[in-house]
Design a protein around this ligand. Structure first.
Ligand code: ZN
Length: 342
């Protein structure tokens, strides 16, 4: 990537209303069987067109073929019971009814590889593909078999590595692991979290990223954020480990967030996807606001390592709003790009 300040979305994009009910997480599909398969494929290509139309440089599938960033992956594994669910307290924040690990977990087969081929066939742009991280997967399940979060995480890391290798082979340029759980379980991050993440990324012939955020703009997250105080210093706990890891890129929150910008100094040398778009607000950022966030980041990151991104995924937002936010991201990045080239 030679272009300065390339733009990208950190995660999901809203789905068309004919595919899934809008503005909802875990939104049920509106289609079934073959019509659903075709609808997902169409939505993937629309998401690509919308990103390119908004001037986004590094594109994704917009997660159009998945109901949820973690559970859809888990649905494609053996050893997990989706019928007899149990309630767990996800990331110490909210209760959710989740599937139960009842046997050894293995991958039934490729999960997103066909989708990745589809996207690759339709664009020359750099492609980034998101997968859940091992720790976040562990935290979205009830384990009745391994008896240890760490053991289960290592198992998931192996499975994720199989999928990631096949995605890279299908033409994906960057594999991003989503680890919002890293912002909550610091002791586990230090003990095994980053190592499990590195295992998931082992031997990949593409770039790797880790996305650590404060979550979608849903109520449970908004309430949790109120308890975090004036300054959000969670990154301070985990960045030193990430800095020493094999992961190439770090995706983080910045705009409208209470994260002190100087914390990104802790991962100097890595490429940074700095969130300049707030996904928890229905106000569209101005290009000037985006530029302002990027300029602040440039005090602590070299220009060639700075990518302009959203804070998190935008799946729960209205579609036109998400599109406008992507447009603002591009326009804001262009302002700073122009400044840097003088
Ligand atoms: Zn996120």
């Amino acid at each position: 990537m030679t272009k300065l300040l390339p733009t990208t979305s950190a995660g999901s994009l809203p789905k068309p209303s004919w595919l899934a009910e809008p503005e909802k997480l875990w939104s049920p599909w509106q289609l079934a069987d073959e019509a659903l398969a075709e609808g997902k494929r169409d939505a993937l290509l629309l998401a690509l067109a919308e990103q390119r139309g908004a001037g986004i440089d590094i594109v994704s599938d917009g997660e159009q073929t998945r109901q949820h960033f973690v559970t859809t992956f888990i649905e494609n594994l053996n050893g997990v019971d989706f019928e007899n669910r149990k309630v767990v307290h996800i990331r110490e924040r909210y209760d959710a009814s989740v599937p139960v690990v009842v046997d050894e977990v293995t991958r039934k087969g490729p999960v997103f590889v066909q989708d990745a081929r589809e996207l690759r066939a339709h664009t020359e742009a750099t492609i980034k593909w998101a997968l859940p991280g091992p720790m976040t997967m562990v935290d979205t399940l009830y384990d009745d078999y391994y008896g240890s979060r760490e053991k289960l995480a290592w198992k998931f890391a192996e499975i994720l590595n199989e999928e990631a290798k096949e995605l890279a082979e299908a033409g994906v340029d960057i594999i991003q692991f989503d680890e919002p759980a890293f912002n909550v379980f610091f002791d586990e991050v230090k003990a095994w979290g980053v190592q499990a993440l590195e295992r998931a990324a082992e031997g990949l012939n593409c770039q790797t990223a880790v996305h650590v955020c404060y979550g979608y703009g849903i109520e449970a997250n908004t309430e949790w954020k109120k308890t975090l105080g004036e300054e959000w210093r969670q990154y301070e706990e985990i960045f030193p480990q990430i800095q020493n890891s094999s992961i190439d890129i770090v995706s983080l929150e910045a705009h409208n967030s209470h994260v002190p910008m100087d914390l990104i100094e802790l991962v100097r040398g890595k490429k940074l996807m700095v969130g300049a778009i707030d996904v928890a607000s229905h106000t569209v950022e101005t290009p000037a606001e985006v530029a302002d966030t990027l300029r602040k980041a440039l005090k602590y990151v070299d220009p060639e390592n700075l990518w302009a991104s959203t804070n998190c995924g935008m799946a729960p937002l209205p579609r036109d709003l998400a599109r406008a936010k992507l447009g603002a991201l591009s326009a804001g990045a262009q302002i700073v790009r122009d400044e840097l080239s003088f």
